[in-house]
Ligand binder design. Structure first.
Ligand code: NAD
Ligand code: UDP
Ligand code: UDP
Length: 317
């Protein structure tokens, strides 16, 4: 297609009305691109993209990625999928369908258009890891029949489809394995630990630690993560991933609760609730590959990112 503005791309973002998708959309619009956001609003919200309403380079399409999609774009970011355990376990069959059929349809689209496609994969492909920190060549430890499997196995199968479309059909793929990410526009009720603790602290409710709280996670601030997405998409064709994107700073849930209490000045107490099934005990990305191939590493420390997130949650009160 002859283009008036050669550097301006038309980009499809599935899941674009969600937490990460809406930030990615903001960055792409900021770079001068056109964005089509395809979302069925299952966990996302039009509010997340409300500020783009009437923007000449933004289009919202209410669409379920389980169905085929025919349009013309230069690049695809496939983010559509509920991400919080509470959301993805609400309708587990639909979660697997979304990951697998969504990947298949978007790959079919990328194959027809001969365009690059990015997949939002996850650290959950490592399951409850026996190798620490996790490198991309670790195959993982996932319970295929547990309550988290709809998400973990769905994302693993999506990775398989990405690599088979790449090998079989020459589709240019970019697979990111995203570790826990937080920041403004997280849904306050989405059930993830950062949003739960902040909401509870601001409302003077008890902070709910599941299990003994010694399990660890590594939390990445959303702006750092989205920068990683853009760098991966713009990397040379041979960089297919999977590439870990996350912040290697590792914290126990007890430490996270302490930080949230300190930064909010809350007098809430901490209580312990049962640990959900198959909850991974530890998680930390090895990001050597992202550093080497993308020149990427996170810049925002947890305390700073939490402050920004707390400010956002205060505005919702
Ligand atoms: P989110 O729930 O805020 O966003 C997901 C978006 O996908 C929502 O807008 C939702 O409405 C949409 N969606 C869900 N099912 C759909 C379907 N069938 N068709 C069309 N749209 C659909 O979650 P998020 O945190 O922004 O996550 C975005 C992506 O990143 C997901 O694929 C998730 O698995 C991945 N990821 C996120 C994290 C994290 O910590 N936030 C970590 C690892 C991977
Ligand atoms: N697909 C789509 N948009 C397109 C091209 C394909 O949604 O522009 C869907 C298509 O309906 C199919 C999937 O992507 O369900 C895989 O397409 P592919 O061409 O790989 O397989 P086939 O259509 O031959 O089964
Ligand atoms: N968690 C917790 N209290 C909460 C919510 C979650 O202690 O209110 C724990 C949860 O059991 C897990 C960790 O925090 O060990 C991260 O949970 P989250 O749902 O945010 O992400 P994921 O389990 O997918 O990493």
């Amino acid at each position: 297609m002859a283009r008036l503005y050669e550097s301006r791309k038309r980009i499809l973002v599935t899941g674009g009305a969600g937490f990460l998708g809406s930030h990615l959309t903001d960055r792409l619009i900021g770079q001068g691109h056109e964005v089509i956001c395809a979302d069925n609003l299952f966990t996302g919200s039009k509010r997340n993209v409300e500020h783009l309403h009437n923007h000449p380079r933004f289009e919202f399409l209410r669409h379920d990625v389980c169905n085929p999609l025919k349009l013309e774009v230069d690049e695809i970011y496939n983010l559509a999928c509920p991400a919080s355990p509470v959301h993805y376990q609400y309708n587990p069959v639909l979660t697997t369908k979304t990951s697998v059929m969504g990947a298949m349809n978007m790959l079919g689209l990328a194959k027809r258009l001969r365009c690059r496609i990015f997949q939002a994969s996850t650290s959950e492909v490592y399951g409850d890891p026996e190798v620490h920190p996790q490198r991309e060549d670790y195959w993982g430890h996932v319970n295929p029949i547990g309550t988290r499997a709809c998400y973990d196995e769905g994302k693993r199968c999506a990775e398989t489809l990405f690599f088979d479309y790449h090998r079989q059909h020459g589709v240019e793929i970019k697979v990111a394995r995203i570790f826990n990410t937080y920041g403004p526009r997280m849904h306050p009720k989405d059930g993830r630990v950062v949003s739960n603790f902040i909401t509870q602290a601001l409302n003077g409710e008890d902070l709910t630690i599941y299990g003994d709280g010694t399990q660890t996670r590594s939390f990445c601030y959303r702006d750092d993560l989205v920068e990683g997405f853009l760098r991966l998409m713009d990397s040379p064709p041979e960089v297919t991933g999977p590439v870990n994107l996350g912040n290697p700073g590792e914290f126990t849930m007890i430490e996270l609760a302490e930080q949230v209490l300190k930064l909010t000045g809350s007098r809430s107490k901490v209580i312990h609730l049962p640990l959900p099934q198959d909850d991974p005990k530890q998680r930390r990305p090895d990001i050597s590959l992202a550093k080497a191939k993308l020149g990427w590493e996170p810049k925002v420390p947890l305390a700073e990112g939490l402050k920004l997130t707390i400010e956002y949650f205060r505005t919702l009160a």
